[in-house]
Design a protein around this ligand. Structure first.
Ligand code: IMP
Length: 330
């Protein structure tokens, strides 16, 4: 956080002729990965805790960037507080003191000029508080009501997959599908509603001329047996079909839908599910592409709901069992 003491310049006329390492690969000084972490400020520790909670890998002050040098003699350098490898982003936190902010802004400008490939952001106090709020921490007045409700009901220690983890899994699935279906682009079929989030993200990671379509089935408790309430618009006869599911639990919904789709005689029919609760399976359904395996737990977020709530949480979190399992002693 605070400016550190940097090596001071020494006088030496000859140095003026030596090319400076500032802005070159030699001007990036790496810290040993096993170096002990000593946070300079409590807010850095808090931020590290948040990254851990959301399973976002981080490194503390891993690299120093030489901003001014005479040859190899460093006159000024800058060490951003954090590096987030998954986001390829350096973060620098600022204090409230304007004098330091101005100084940091100057260093940051210099860093961006000298190392244009480096992605670095200054987090002002306000940005930092908003970040905390978005994830359910910090002063109540900036909390999103949905995240606040989730915290109160489910507990904030229940996040299973961060936004970044989900995005990277969706990317990986998309790349595999692109390779597997090269030359025979599939129709991606989603079963409403929860899958719409995953499907929308997945299709953008599939580099093929694909089509999408949606189906809907009646929910349990709406009377009678399961039935199709919205069928396909696209004719899938003789086509490659990839059924995309958000989550497969007992497998009963999937079994019913696969049976229905097979009647259209597609050329191929495979399944891609972002989440798979394999241990709960009752109907044995083949799933070609699985994102994450889950234990026997109820999850919400990223399209998954509990009584139509929490679909819009950016992460996927476990709901406390007492929320959905009746207390046997009651
Ligand atoms: P299945 O027929 O038992 O495999 O259930 C699949 C459907 O149940 C999914 O498409 C979801 O709508 C819902 N579901 C199953 N597990 C969960 C969960 O953990 N969270 C939210 N919805 C779930």
């Amino acid at each position: 956080m605070e400016p550190r003491d940097h090596p001071q310049p020494e006088n030496g006329e000859a140095d003026a002729l030596v090319p400076s390492i500032a802005g070159t690969a030699a001007g990036i000084i790496r810290r040993p990965p096993d170096a002990r972490i000593v946070f300079a400020h409590p807010s850095e520790r808090e931020l590290a805790r948040i990254f851990d909670f959301f399973r976002i890998p981080w490194r503390y002050e891993p690299d120093s960037f030489v901003l001014k040098a005479k040859g190899e003699r460093v006159l000024e350098m800058f060490s951003p507080d954090f590096y987030l490898p998954e986001l390829d982003l350096y973060l620098e936190l600022t204090t409230l003191r304007q004098r330091l902010v101005t100084k940091k802004n100057r260093k940051l400008r210099l860093l961006r000029e000298l190392y244009p490939d480096v992605n670095v952001r200054l987090l002002y106090r306000k940005d930092y508080q908003e970040l905390l709020a978005k994830y359910g921490f910090g002063p109540d007045e900036v909390l999103s009501p949905e995240v606040e409700a989730f915290r109160a009901e489910a507990g904030a220690d229940q996040i299973l997959f961060s936004q970044a983890e989900i995005a990277s899994m969706v990317r990986r699935l998309g790349e595999t599908i692109t390779l597997d279906y090269a030359g025979r682009p599939p129709v991606l079929v989603g079963v409403l509603k929860g899958v719409s989030f995953f499907l929308a993200d997945l299709i953008r990671q599939v580099d093929l001329p694909v089509e999408i379509d949606f189906m809907a089935v009646s929910a349990l408790g709406t009377g009678g047996a399961v039935r199709i309430v919205k069928d396909l618009d696209v004719d899938i006869q003789g086509r490659q079909v990839l059924l995309v599911e958000d989550i497969v639990d007992t497998g009963m919904t999937l079994r019913y839908i696969l049976g229905h789709l097979e009647r259209w005689q597609p050329a191929g029919l495979e399944v891609c599910a972002l989440f798979d609760k394999r241990t709960r399976r009752l109907a044995d359904v083949p799933i070609r592409y699985v994102g994450f395996e889950l234990a026997d737990e109820f999850v919400v977020g990223y399209g998954l709901d509990y009584h139509q709530r929490y679909r819009n949480l950016p992460f996927v979190a476990r709901l406390r069992p007492e929320r959905y399992r009746p207390d046997p002693s009651a």
